[in-house]
Design a binder for this molecule. Structure first.
Ligand code: SAM
Length: 390
């Protein structure tokens, strides 16, 4: 079977599960269906900027890896019943070297728990977003009955996203009953929407339905391959059955946890601040030398300034902020740059520090003027001395 999507013919596979059922001649989505599901969640995160996000049935943690880069997210949790999957994929969630060099603004903790979505664990209370991507169809009837009471009633997050296969799409595939051997059921749009609407009504949410994996031309009546319900908690009192007073129920086992470096951590802030400050000071020192040479009409070989220091382009607002701050000045062969001047430059300004805090953080790393208001350096260092000055 070939399906034309966006004027491109595909005759490959749907996703990994499906590949096993029928390795040839099945629909291929572009991007692959699982990526469309993840993109759907990413778009929601972009729009709603949740701080605490949990992915139930997180599997091999692929979605979590995509979500960890969002600056708004400060707590990211994955839960899965398969401990081995969590064990072998946890390391993908640890910070990269670059995340130490250019740390996030806000803290981020990532934790993987081994446990079932139908168990209550109070560490998942108070989340802004809980995602259940291709999870519910893996629950047997007892667990499916318990699922709303735990996720909607007990955890009661601001938003819940549930995706599940749309049974009506299945006839477009070669002979198959369910899309995965572990699926306990697959629902038509009517079945999913009836279940979801009842759950939403019972737990004080409203729900909107959509999907990913558009059907091919001529088969629009079957709907999306993956159907999705986005539930938003209604304002006012949380769900009637909510028992969020129970704050000490720790039934999940922590399999992996990591904390990201961020500018909220003093030692990280200090590291970044001192690094940016030294670059800015050196830039200003070299510029001051050039200005003095030009004043003297000096000629001769120019010392090579590190190229990275050149060519900073400021917006008008940045330029105005810099120009309204106290100017650097020379005292003999010492070059003094007021802290307020340094704080006006964008890379230091973004650290949102006041002068006192900056002074405390840099005091043991740079030389300060007697009153502590400026960084003081030698105007000339051995490596950049002019031949005639030697
Ligand atoms: N959400 C992931 C994704 O979209 O890539 C994985 C989906 S996979 C089809 C279903 C996942 O749900 C599996 O990793 C499975 O171990 C997990 N799972 C099944 N029953 C569960 C339960 N009761 N509680 C938590 N996770 C469960």
């Amino acid at each position: 079977m070939e399906v034309e999507e966006n004027n491109v013919l595909y005759n490959s596979v749907l996703d990994d599960n499906f590949k096993e059922v029928c390795p040839e001649k099945v629909i291929k989505f572009k991007p692959p269906l699982y990526k469309q599901r993840y993109q759907f969640v990413k778009d929601l995160v972009d729009r709603h900027e949740p701080k605490k996000v949990a992915d139930m049935g997180c599997g091999d943690t692929k979605l979590l890896r995509l979500l960890k880069v969002y600056p708004c997210i400060q707590l990211l949790v994955g839960v899965d019943i398969n401990e081995e999957k969590l064990q072998s994929n946890g390391h993908y969630l640890s910070p990269y070297l670059g995340e130490f060099v250019k740390p996030r603004d806000l803290d981020l903790t990532v934790t993987l728990y081994h446990g079932s979505v139908v168990e209550r664990d109070s560490r998942l209370l108070g989340f802004d977003l809980i995602t259940c991507i291709e999870l519910i169809e893996h629950l047997d009837s007892d667990d499916l009955a318990r699922f709303p009471e735990v996720v909607f009633g007990y955890l009661s997050p601001g938003m819940i996203v549930i995706s599940t296969p749309n049974l009506e799409f299945n006839p477009l595939f070669p002979t198959m009953t369910l899309r995965d051997a572990d699926h306990k059921f697959e629902w038509s749009r009517m079945e999913f929407q009836t279940w979801a609407s009842q759950v939403a009504h019972r737990y004080n949410y409203h729900v909107e339905f959509t999907g990913v994996g558009a059907p091919p031309a001529g088969a629009e009546h079957v709907g999306y391959c993956t159907q999705i319900g986005v539930f938003r908690r209604n304002s006012g009192k949380a769900a009637e059955l909510c028992v969020s007073e129970q704050h000490d129920q720790h039934v999940y086992k922590v399999v992996y946890t990591t904390t990201y470096p961020s500018l909220q951590q003093e030692r990280v802030l200090k590291f970044v601040l001192v690094g940016e400050l030294l670059v800015q000071v050196e830039h200003l020192r070299l510029r001051q030398q050039r200005m003095l040479r030009e004043e003297k009409g000096a000629r001769g070989p120019q010392p090579q300034a590190p190229p990275l220091l050149l060519g900073a382009v400021f917006t008008e607002a940045e330029q105005a902020r810099i120009e309204s701050s106290p100017k650097p000045f020379c005292e003999g062969d010492k070059f003094c740059i007021p802290l307020r001047r340094l704080l006006a430059y964008p890379k230091l300004h973004r650290l949102r520090l006041d002068e006192d805090r900056m002074r405390r953080l840099i005091a043991d790393s740079v030389c300060l003027s007697r009153d502590g208001s400026a960084v003081v350096v030698d105007l000339h260092s051995a490596w950049d001395r002019w031949p005639e000055e030697n």
